[in-house]
Design a protein around this ligand. Sequence first.
Ligand SMILES: [Cu+2]
Length: 118
Amino acid sequence: HAWVRATAPGQKVAGAFMEITADRDMELVAGTTPRADHVELHFMRMDDGVMEMRELESIKLPKGETVSLKPGGLHAMLIGLTSQVVAGEKVPMTLTFRDSQGKQENVGITLDTASPRH
Ligand SMILES: [Cu+2]
């Protein structure tokens, strides 16, 4: 289940969340969507009550392990939204994976849009 958080009017960024299980050692290295200028991979955590968010070059996907991109943790960030993302909208996204040999593969997915309370 892959989803993106619905946005408020004028909001320019949205978090996207999903679970990924790779059948061999892979890394998620990039994403694109026609709904945003670009996509960044982020890690977020609370440190002493302070929210820390930083950009990652990749997200490691060890073989057979389910890696969760979820609120408050790893996520993909859609930056520079073309317009408001509304509940019920389907957002296409292409993810780029790289295997241990350095070979890259693109996979198209569809994100459901969930309300901010989700
Ligand atoms: Cu983020």
